[in-house]
Design a protein. Structure first.
Length: 262
């Protein structure tokens, strides 16, 4: 199956999902979220697929939520639809029966990093930048970032990334355990490594691989979903502060924001 904005190809045991909105650096709009969900339907049903790769076209993996879409929503729409849709769809990717490998070909920011965090493994090309820039807009990561990042790299480093909004190079992200492997950025090396790893996993007993995925995830989820519920509420509120309006206006006007703390 393929849509314009998200493409799914099934090739024997390996499926590839490609975010395909290169001119907007694969920023996620509502149409892409729906397309991602339709791909998840298909992947969940696919008997043949043993490993799923998720990547982007152009110079970005994904630069996050489409600022021009969410900034026009009302507070209730924000919480009920935008945030909850993202949570549900990203959770479906996290819970795919097959291992999911995020193949980070370029900028991995905000919601793009949250989507990558829903994957089981992350491979990145050397030089790729990863960041949670939400605080620069006066908002907070709202698609699971506050929860999954801290679970993966620990609360202290998660706070450093989220509070500062600074960009981490893939090499540093690897040291922090955010990225499994960094691959030289020469053309096709990342794809070759992703395919080789996918083939290695696909050659193993699929039931054993899928059961171990679920066991590891069940062990990690001992705290339940309370953090995600809080994130939905906080993210909806934070998106309607004067600071969030200023952050979005500054992004639109390509100028530094002047935050007032309100
Ligand atoms: N939402 C919507 N559109 C976005 C976007 C986003 N998150 N990020 C980039 N775009 C668009 C830009 O508006 C631009 O569109 P245009 O060509 O029609 O003007 C296009 O994608 C290319 O982006 P541009 O900023 O010109 O590219 P760049 O290479 O100079 O900078 C980034 C790349 C990633 C540093 C910069 O785009 C950026 O900071 N994006 C915002 C990331 C962010 O804050 N994400 C969290 C969102 S909640």
């Amino acid at each position: 199956m393929a849509t314009d904005l998200v493409q799914l190809s099934l090739d024997g045991p390996i499926a590839t999902v490609v975010l395909n909105r290169a001119e907007k650096l694969n920023a996620l709009n509502r149409e892409m979220l729906s397309a991602l969900e339709r791909c998840a339907d298909e992947l969940e049903r696919s008997q043949d697929t043993r490993v799923v790769l998720l990547t982007g076209t152009g110079k970005a993996f994904c630069v996050g939520a489409d600022i021009f879409e969410w900034s026009d929503l009302s507070p209730l729409e924000m919480g009920r639809r935008w945030i909850r849709d993202g949570h549900r769809i990203f959770a479906r990717y996290a819970r795919l029966p097959q291992p999911l490998i995020a193949v980070l070909n370029g900028y991995t920011f905000g919601g793009g990093l949250e989507l990558a965090l829903a994957a089981d493994l992350r491979l990145a090309a050397e030089g790729v930048q990863l960041s949670f820039p939400e605080v620069k807009l006066g908002i907070i990561p709202g698609w699971g970032g506050t929860q999954r990042l801290a679970q993966l790299i620990g609360p202290s480093r998660a706070k450093q990334m989220i509070f500062s909004g600074e960009r981490l190079l893939a090499q540093q992200a690897e040291k922090w355990g955010l990225v499994n492997e960094v691959v030289p950025s020469d053309s096709d090396k990342l794809t070759q490594r992703a395919l080789a790893l996918a083939q290695q996993i696909a050659a193993n007993g699929p039931v054993a691989v899928q059961m171990t995925k679920q066991l590891i995830d069940a062990g990690m989820a001992a705290n339940g979903d309370a953090g995600l519920v809080l994130e939905t509420l906080a993210s909806s509120l934070a998106s309607f502060t004067a600071d969030a309006q200023e952050g979005v206006a500054a992004f639109r006007q390509r100028r530094p924001p002047q935050f007032s703390g309100r």
